[in-house]
Design a protein around this ligand. Structure first.
Ligand SMILES: [Zn+2]
Length: 279
């Protein structure tokens, strides 16, 4: 499931492959993926314009719909928003061949394209989402879009004091607190488990019961785990061997010490943790 590092990778991919070339057509293969918009409205908003810049908070990606350079006096046309649900990703193709997809892995199936932008340079920019939990739509104002979703600070950029203060005010268990997008935006199930493992903190601890030292260590690990994953373009195979996320299977063992890992629900989500290393 795409979390912050994946969506940041999609943002960079969009900047690299899709900006500044005029959109000549937009094809919607599954209208159900659209939120509060129609194919006709997308055509109206996008054709004859280009994608101009990107913004991301947490798992939400916005792409500005910009006038073509020669008609800069045109009023702003708003933003395209993309949410990747459970299985969403992006790809770019040309001359019937996939040039690359957002994970850089050419073996990823070219199926489940839900929306396709046709660019004047001959490229096709594709939004894939197999399980249809993702959404694509239009919004007039980027700040208002993020505000309406009650997102906390982006987890990659949250400063230590803000993070520690938010945890100290928080009632309930640590794992669900980390995954609450209003506390910090972008951490999902896998990276919450990883940050807790790397911090040596049990997922069932009370969030407000952490010492200042523990809360600071957790902040450090949240940022570090996310940044390292962004640095490898969210290709988890390239993450360090001492990361627990390589072990998300029934015979999982603690990568640092070989203890059998526990698998239990916290906040309704399957959680991997080491009951020896995480206290
Ligand atoms: Zn262990």
């Amino acid at each position: 499931m795409p979390e912050l590092p994946e969506v940041e990778t999609f943002r960079r991919f969009t900047e690299r492959y899709a900006l500044h070339s005029p959109v000549t057509d937009i094809r919607v293969f599954r209208p159900k993926i659209l939120e509060n918009t129609t194919e006709a409205a997308l055509q109206e908003a996008l054709t004859g314009r280009c994608l101009g810049e990107t913004r991301r908070v947490g798992k939400h990606l916005l792409v500005k719909i910009a006038p073509l350079p020669k008609i800069e006096s045109e009023p702003q046309a708003g933003w395209l928003f993309l949410h990747f649900g459970m299985t969403g990703y992006l790809s770019f193709e040309r001359d019937g061949q996939t040039v690359v997809n957002a994970y850089g892995n050419p073996a990823l199936p070219q199926a489940h394209i839900r929306v396709q932008l046709v660019l004047a340079d001959g490229g096709l920019f594709n939004f894939h989402e197999q399980r249809m939990f993702g959404k694509l739509g239009l919004t007039a104002d980027a700040d208002r879009y993020f505000e309406a979703r009650k997102l906390g600070p982006d987890a990659l950029n949250v400063d230590r004091e803000t993070f520690v203060t938010a945890l100290q005010k928080r009632k309930g268990q640590l794992k669900p607190a980390l995954m609450d997008q209003s506390l910090v935006a972008g951490v999902g199930n896998v990276y919450a488990d990883e940050a807790l493992y790397q911090s040596g903190l049990h997922p069932g601890r009370q969030a407000c019961g952490l010492s200042a030292k523990e809360a600071k260590a957790l902040h450090q690990q949240v940022v570090d785990v996310l940044q390292r994953t962004v640095d490898v373009a969210a290709d988890r195979d390239h993450l360090p061997a001492h990361y627990m996320l390589h072990q998300r299977h029934p015979k999982a063992v603690c990568p640092k010490a070989g203890h059998p890992l526990h698998i239990a629900p916290f906040g309704g989500r399957t959680t991997y943790f080491c009951s020896v290393c995480q206290a």
